[in-house]
Design a protein around this ligand. Sequence first.
Ligand SMILES: C[S@@+](CC[C@H](N)C(=O)[O-])C[C@H]1O[C@@H](n2cnc3c(N)ncnc32)[C@H](O)[C@@H]1O
Length: 262
Amino acid sequence: MKAINNQMYNELADAWWDENGKLHLLKVMVNPWRVPYFAEALHKHFGLDLVRLRLLDIGCGGGVLAEEFARLGCRVTGIDLAERSLEAARAHADKGNLSIDYRLGAAENLEFDSSSFEVVSCCDVLEHIRDWRKVIAEASRVIKPGGLFFFDTINRTTRSQAAFIDGLQENPLTKLFPPGAHVWEMFITPEELSQAIEAHGMQLEGMSGSVMTGNPWSILWEVLRHKLGRTTVAELGRSLALKHAPDFSLNYLGYARKAGYS
Ligand SMILES: C[S@@+](CC[C@H](N)C(=O)[O-])C[C@H]1O[C@@H](n2cnc3c(N)ncnc32)[C@H](O)[C@@H]1O
């Protein structure tokens, strides 16, 4: 199996909040799909007032998702292994007057007591970690009984090989990410993820798939326009923003509830 390149989150740490940074795609292309979904789940389970909720964002990177949870009112802690991404996250939160506790830490060994958080999110992270089942076990341990686990990840299919590996990493005409940004064998099927979630005392409450805005030709056109320098990463991401669809062959998301009552 090829090596995963998680060092890129130190090397590209300036790219999270830069309209031309590759990691900004998570904000402009993925957030419009996942943030309203998670916000609805939070309100459904905890009511309208989220200010007392302690939320841990595992693998928070530059904070593009953590900030959204903080804006919803949650008390957010973010952990990541990339120190430079954490610096970018702290600097951006300071600028926006958001109080988020960003800490260096490994997803597989969380330095928090059991039942410390009402909510744990782990988004676009599991497919970057070899022992992702350990991350699920740790997430479940630190969630309070009755609390929620949020995830999004990428399915292991022929389509994800074509899109994420051949298209976005290897084809010189269309590649946007360095080698090893994703490793196909590390992608996770919905069945594998559901089984691990249930094996660690959580009950799956919902899952949703995705499609990119546009058709295959318009998507290719937008990527080529960007590669020719006609559009920024932000413009590219907005034009392709993910939408909910019953298609689980690429990105999918969902949430689970830990058994018990708080
Ligand atoms: C694709 S980014 C996702 C960032 C953020 N969750 C989001 O969705 O915007 C993956 C993040 O996982 C982090 N990561 C990878 N392996 C990790 C580990 N073992 N423990 C903690 N963070 C890790 C990387 O440093 C990177 O910031």
